[in-house]
Design a protein around this ligand. Structure first.
Ligand SMILES: C[S@@+](CC[C@H](N)C(=O)[O-])C[C@H]1O[C@@H](n2cnc3c(N)ncnc32)[C@H](O)[C@@H]1O
Length: 315
């Protein structure tokens, strides 16, 4: 891990995460994009094509006695995760969304087709620039209207000032949903604390919630095959971040962390609620593939402790 200049360009800071380069983690957004192409998620196959995600995957696995096909059983998990987050955003009824570490999902482009939404699809600088170019291509290809309601600022989620800057344009009188999908597994406990505290500050300004599938429990993430272990080693070497290094010992330890952060959590098991997982069919994978991990696929909806949830949308 290289540690030099802070995200705002000033010399190293003592606050966690402002002096660490996270850009190497951005590779994982490409891997997720590869997996999502087998689903019916909007724009997923376009994104995988435009990014040449198969070649990126092959390059990562070169010399490792593993091919992208060996790992396609991940696809239904990515699809389920994406769809569960999307469903949860809809259920909040909120029309303002701030997504952190959004990668190349293009969920914002899908939501922003409805001019009633304002969607901020943030990530680190290089991903945000890449995404902006992809979105321009897709708007042209599909003749999509630009309602001026989709933004892609570069935001290091640990950087409070970048986060505050990104939400300037939002309406404080309307609720906000903050979303993060796939970021926390790469963070240390102090970094998680810094991000959670930044999100808490945002939630204090808006009445709203934070939706994330990102909290992991040690015993569950360690119950994996040798192939998964090898793949994690490859990703850790490429990103210089060991995944799940800071998973929680138990749900009770996670609860204590959330209490400490002043957040109240509702925990959902979304897999049974999201309808067909298309990639299972597309990849000829057994329907029962997700059964053993269903219990560990969770989604959290968090609010400031003591705050009443907003009423659900009338749709
Ligand atoms: C596993 S990918 C998930 C991307 C996307 N949410 C998805 O589900 O495909 C992790 C993402 O975290 C982003 N990331 C890593 N460190 C970050 C940070 N400090 N602040 C914001 N984003 C970060 C990476 O650029 C990458 O897009």
């Amino acid at each position: 891990m290289t540690a030099k200049t802070s995200a705002d360009g000033s010399p190293g800071s003592s606050r966690p995460g402002l002096d660490i380069h996270y850009e190497k983690i951005s590779l994982t957004a490409q891997l997720a994009a590869y997996m999502r192409q087998f689903s019916d998620i909007p724009f997923a196959s376009d994104v995988a094509d435009l990014l040449h995600s198969r070649q990126v995957f092959e390059a990562l696995l070169r010399g490792q006695q593993m091919t992208p096909e060996d790992l396609t059983w991940y696809a239904p998990i990515f699809e389920a995760r994406y769809k569960s987050v999307t469903g949860a955003i809809h259920r909040t009824g909120s029309r303002q969304v701030l997504e952190l570490a959004s990668g190349l999902t293009l969920r914002g482009l899908a939501f922003a087709q409805d001019p009633a939404f304002t969607y901020i699809e943030s990530d680190l600088t290089s991903i945000s620039a890449e995404k902006e170019a992809i979105i321009a291509r897709l708007r042209q290809k599909y003749g999509l209207a630009d309602h001026g309601n989709l933004y892609f600022p570069a935001v290091n989620a640990l950087d409070r000032s970048q986060l505050q800057e990104a939400i300037q344009r939002l309406d404080r009188d309307r609720p906000l949903v903050v979303v993060s999908e796939g970021l926390f597994p790469y963070l240390s406990r102090d970094e998680m604390r810094a991000v959670a505290s930044n999100i808490r500050e945002v939630l204090a300004e808006f009445k709203g919630s934070w939706i994330t599938p990102d909290f992991s429990i040690k015993e569950e993430v360690e119950r994996v095959t040798e192939q998964q272990r090898s793949f994690r080693r490859i990703v850790a070497a490429a990103t210089e971040h060991k995944m799940y290094n800071n998973a929680f010992d138990s749900l009770e330890q996670l609860q204590a962390f959330l209490d400490e952060m002043g957040l109240a959590a509702e925990m959902h098991h979304p897999v049974d609620e999201i309808g067909e997982i298309v990639s299972l069919r597309e990849l000829h994978l057994p329907a029962a593939l997700l059964d053993p991990i269903k219990a560990s696929l969770r989604l959290w909806v968090l609010r400031l402790s003591g705050e009443e949830p907003s009423p659900p949308a009338a749709s």
